[in-house]
Design a protein around this ligand. Structure first.
Ligand SMILES: Nc1ncnc2c1ncn2[C@@H]1O[C@H](COP(=O)(O)OP(=O)(O)OP(=O)(O)O)[C@@H](O)[C@H]1O
Ligand SMILES: [Mg+2]
Length: 410
């Protein structure tokens, strides 16, 4: 079944039989045909593909799909893959040349199962990585929310205190007002009696006595004051509630908006004020800022972390300076404190999740890593300068315009 001399070039022809052992050493299978469908030779690797067949050359040719020969006849070549039930994959090429006469064709078989398996494995790992990435993103989102919840939890006591104070004195003022009203009604009643009496002048001593007992002079001064103070208290509560709403405004639709960073800073300062006011002098050095495309509620969380860290770094009394400005296409916000500062080895780690130098139970170590994530998501950056014993300065730079962002409308 093996035809010698299939390459009938003048110098090759006598040596073709001698070349067979060489062809048999090759890993790839070869099938040679006269014309395109009359097989005349196959090497050992090709024959190994059809071990039990009584006519192995025809069997090899039969492995090709029906249209392969027609396509090779037309285009000179055909290529494709053969998938076997046992998972093997063969890459097959069919070359055809008919210069004059019937011509010859050559079919090559290359086992690519390994590469294929490797590729499949890579694809599987890739999709696994993709899933892990998606679930990490979900976890990060959750961390972000739980970090936010934890800080809000921490602050809730402070905010409650802030609200309780004005509510307390409004309540006590209402008690005084009730007494004053009682006295005033008593006086009106005496005046009414005097008006109706035939001799009102005779009642003057009684009226005077009543004014004394009610301390009318005092009421006339104190009552407007109480009213003003109560109004102020209610306004303070309204303000705190408004700040809380602004601060925690949930970006459920993940909306980016052109926002006033100063407004964000003010509402955040109000929220954390109770934590700061006893030991910190807060100085604002606000520059001119344009509206910045951002998710303000997320940035508020960053501002809160910065303010809390600065205040926690101050042992007894100190200053926090909050400055803002614009440099090139970026807006920046800086938090400078006169606190403990950080040695170099602490500075190296502060953005790592769960890194904290605070006592167990008082810091989760998530503040800065969450802040870092938020700022990075805004295509911005956080820079730190710190001198142990002197204080620290955190600068947040944010692009004023987010590249490629179409803003959501309300
Ligand atoms: N302004 C600062 N001055 C000195 N050290 C700071 C300052 N800001 C951060 N650090 C250091 O960085 C660490 C990490 O800060 P981060 O805000 O991530 O966590 P934390 O404040 O310890 O805990 P959490 O914010 O979760 O309550 C702090 O423990 C502290 O050592
Ligand atoms: Mg912190």
């Amino acid at each position: 079944m093996i035809a010698d001399g299939f390459m009938d070039g003048p110098s090759l022809a006598p040596n073709v039989s001698a070349l067979r052992p060489l062809f048999d050493m090759m890993d790839d299978g070869y099938l040679v045909c006269e014309g395109i469908a009359s097989p005349i030779y196959a090497n050992a690797s090709a024959l190994a593909l059809v071990p039990d067949d009584s006519d192995p050359l025809q069997a090899l040719l039969a492995l090709l799909p029906a249209d392969a020969c027609g396509l090779a006849r037309r285009h000179g070549r055909w290529g494709g893959d053969l998938n076997f039930d046992d998972g093997r994959i063969l890459q097959v090429r069919l070359y055809f040349r008919a210069d004059d006469g019937r011509g010859y064709s050559l079919v090559t078989f290359r086992d690519v199962s390994d590469g294929y398996v490797r590729q499949k494995e890579l694809e599987r790992r890739n999709s696994q990585l993709r899933q892990t990435l998606a679930s990490l993103a979900g976890t990060q989102e959750q961390l972000l929310r739980s970090g936010k919840m934890a800080s809000i939890g921490q602050l809730a006591a402070g905010v409650a205190h802030e609200i309780n104070n004005p509510i307390g004195y409004v309540h006590s003022n209402l008690g005084s007002l009730q007494e004053y009203l009682h006295s005033l009604f008593q006086m009106i009643e005496v005046y009414e009696r005097a008006l109706r009496s035939s001799e009102p002048a005779a009642m003057l001593p009684e009226i005077e006595d009543m004014r004394q007992r009610c301390d009318f002079e005092f009421i006339s001064v104190d009552l407007p004051q109480l009213m003003a103070e109560s109004r102020e208290g209610i306004e303070r509560v309204t303000q705190i509630v408004r700040n809380l709403k602004e601060f925690s405004y949930s970006d459920r639709e993940q909306s980016w908006r052109s926002s006033d960073l100063h407004a964000g800073l003010e509402s955040t300062i109000n929220i954390v004020w109770n934590e700061l006011k006893y030991k910190v002098v807060l100085e604002r050095r606000f520059g001119q800022l344009p509206l910045v495309q951002c998710r303000l509620s997320e940035l508020n969380q960053v501002f809160m972390n910065m303010l809390l860290n600065a205040s926690q770094a101050i042992e007894e009394r100190g200053t926090i300076i909050v400055s803002t400005g614009v440099q090139g296409e970026e807006a920046w916000v800086e938090f400078e404190d006169t606190g403990s500062g950080m040695p170099e080895d602490v500075q190296q780690n502060i953005f790592d999740p769960f890194f904290t130098t605070k006592p167990v139970g008082s810091g989760t170590g998530l503040g800065l890593s969450i802040s870092y994530g938020i700022v990075k998501n805004h295509n911005g950056r956080i820079e730190v300068r710190s001198t142990p014993g002197k204080g620290s300065c955190f600068r947040i730079s944010l692009p004023i315009h987010q590249p490629g962002l179409r803003e959501q409308q309300d």
